[in-house]
Design a protein around this ligand. Structure first.
Ligand code: SIN
Ligand code: MN
Length: 287
């Protein structure tokens, strides 16, 4: 899937693109059906909400679940990012965020590249997020919020929040958020919140400042995030375990566009459980 010049210009300007209903209901169902069994597993790769059983984030399903292994090679997800970055990509992180009904907690204001730089020593911002909704996303179930154009600021000041939620994040303080939102248009366009049916896709810049509120509605808001990095920009430090920040920098090769609905052989290296190496960490800088 190629981006039009208008889409490329909008991405440069706003830092994200929204594709409502890009995947069909049949395609989305093959993914959504696999989630409850993955979330039920008692494995390190399921991070639960603070003090609760609900899964906040499942990591690395593309290495042990067939439908997600196919999604990780889907041309509608990989090709637009590849053309924007002008280089082959590897999977830096793969997550299925729950934001479950009544229990899904906030994601504080942050830039993803802030975490990838500070924790993983990713050299530059040449990486991108691309997300697909597995549930309808509405104003009620904790939609993502973006500050349009905030990616143009590069890396902004952040502090390491280890206490607000169950998942550590480099977060941006309220005063800076106030300024960024004011500069982006304040109450008139300073925050954008793409909402749409299951199967919608969002592509966003690794420096785009974003957040989401808690989900007090009775509707789940499951979404899959692929964090794709230009191969030459691979991480240089393995402070976080491999199931969170991957160490295999092999370029992704796409499957055909119908891959979610047909059988294609995919490699599932972690299908029999996490290897011990996936839990190891190191503060050493890699050569
Ligand atoms: C994220 O920022 O990584 C996740 C935000 C969300 O799922 O709402
Ligand atoms: Mn994020």
């Amino acid at each position: 899937m190629q981006l039009t010049p208008e889409q490329q210009a909008r991405f440069e300007d706003e830092g994200y693109l929204f594709f409502p209903g890009l995947f069909t209901a049949d395609e989305t169902r093959t993914l959504a059906q696999a989630v409850p069994e993955l979330y039920a597993r008692r494995e390190a790769y399921n991070v639960r909400e603070k003090g609760r059983d609900a899964v906040r984030t499942n990591f690395a399903a593309h290495l042990y679940s067939e439908p997600f292994a196919k999604l990780a090679r889907h041309p509608r997800m990989i090709e637009p990012v590849q053309s924007l970055l002008g280089e082959q990509l590897y999977m830096h992180q793969f997550k299925i965020n729950g934001k479950m009904a009544f229990e899904g907690d906030v994601w504080q204001w942050h830039q993803d590249y802030g975490t990838w730089l500070n924790d993983d020593m990713m050299p530059t911002e040449r990486a991108m997020n691309i997300a697909i909704f597995l549930d309808d996303v509405t104003e009620y179930n904790g939609p993502l919020m973006f500050i349009p154009g905030s990616h143009k600021k590069g890396v902004v000041a952040a502090s390491h929040d280890l206490s607000t939620t169950s998942y550590p994040l480099w977060t941006v303080d309220n005063e800076l958020i106030r300024q960024l939102v004011a500069r982006a248009g304040g109450a008139h366009g300073g925050i954008a919140s793409p909402k749409g049916p299951a199967g919608s896709m969002i592509l966003f810049h690794s420096c785009l400042v974003h957040a989401s509120g808690s989900n007090l509605s009775p509707f789940n808001r499951v979404a899959v995030y692929l964090s794709l990095c230009a191969v030459s920009n691979h991480i240089r430090r393995h402070k976080r375990p491999e199931y969170i920040a991957h160490r295999d920098f092999t370029p992704i090769t796409c499957l055909p566009d119908d891959c979610l609905l047909k059988h294609y052989a995919v490699d599932l290296p972690w299908k029999n459980g996490l290897p011990a190496s996936a839990l190891q960490t190191s503060l050493e800088e890699m050569a």
